[in-house]
Design a protein around this ligand. Structure first.
Ligand code: SAH
Length: 241
């Protein structure tokens, strides 16, 4: 199910890194590349670095926001050189390969790579469910983006090879898509505002803390419907008063 795994690059600056990404992906059997606001693409340098993976570049999807890139995904993994500081549940590269491969049997999943200089912004991180950090020496833990990507794609491919023949059909619960989660957060925020729990003039950290709570709990589709039902009941009761 490697087709269900999206590789998402945010605002990549050097076109060479986009080309090297395409090659790293094709080497590991991946083809679904999504570029969020690339700085210089298409470009000759990307094409030349892609070598025999030009098809991956040609079929890349270009979008203008991370939200758009991952809306149809049920699992979104952020990559970060900053170890545990970004506050999402943590996976090693191997665990990420296994998790992404397993969940891609049922739904689309994504791995998100940050900007060369700035990595991922807080806004991006808030839209991800987990993070993967590639173990590296503390003297210089930041890898080149396409080399970090190569390691993650290798682990996905290893997990896929080990996985062939397994049947997950009825094993696990389904999880909501990212756009459904965002819909829930929007609904929660509007209800909490309407009952004066949140003050739009002083939003503070409350919604970020709610996101952290639900990220940890990882509600299934059924549980998300239950929560949406509860919010709707509060809403209609409030409208009656
Ligand atoms: N100064 C930036 C570094 C960005 S490196 C920061 O603070 O995050 C560019 C991208 O390469 C990162 O956003 C991440 O996607 C990937 N990357 C680099 N080193 C990594 C590592 N050790 N583990 C996981 N991803 C890494």
């Amino acid at each position: 199910m490697l087709d269900n795994i999206k590789i998402v690059l945010i605002q990549t600056f050097h076109p060479g890194n986009i080309g090297a990404t395409a090659r790293a992906m094709k080497n590991m059997g991946l083809s679904n590349l999504v570029l969020v606001n690339p700085v210089d693409f298409p470009s000759d340098e990307a094409t030349s670095r892609a070598s025999k993976a030009i098809d991956v570049l040609e079929n890349a999807t270009i979008v203008s926001s991370l939200e758009e890139a991952i809306a149809d995904c049920s699992l979104v993994v952020a990559t970060s050189a900053r170890d545990r500081t970004i506050g999402l549940p943590h996976l090693t590269a191997r665990e990420a390969g296994l998790k992404l491969t397993e969940e891609s049997q049922k739904a689309k999943v994504a791995v998100v790579f940050g900007r060369e200089r700035m990595g991922l912004h807080n806004d991006d991180i808030q839209q991800c469910h987990m993070q993967v950090n590639i173990d590296s020496h503390p003297d210089y833990p930041v890898l080149n983006i396409s080399q970090a990507l190569q390691i993650i794609c290798y682990e996905i491919y290893q997990a896929d090879l080990a996985d062939k023949g397994k049947n997950y059909a009825d094993e696990e619960e389904e999880f909501p898509l990212q756009k459904e989660l965002e819909g829930f957060y929007g609904h929660l925020e509007s209800i909490l505002t309407s009952v004066n729990f949140l003050d739009p003039k002083r939003p503070g950290q409350a919604m970020q803390n709610f996101r952290a709570l639900f990220r940890r709990a990882r509600p299934t589709k059924k549980e998300m419907n239950l929560l949406r039902g509860a919010l709707k009941a509060i809403e209609s009761d409030k409208n009656k008063r």
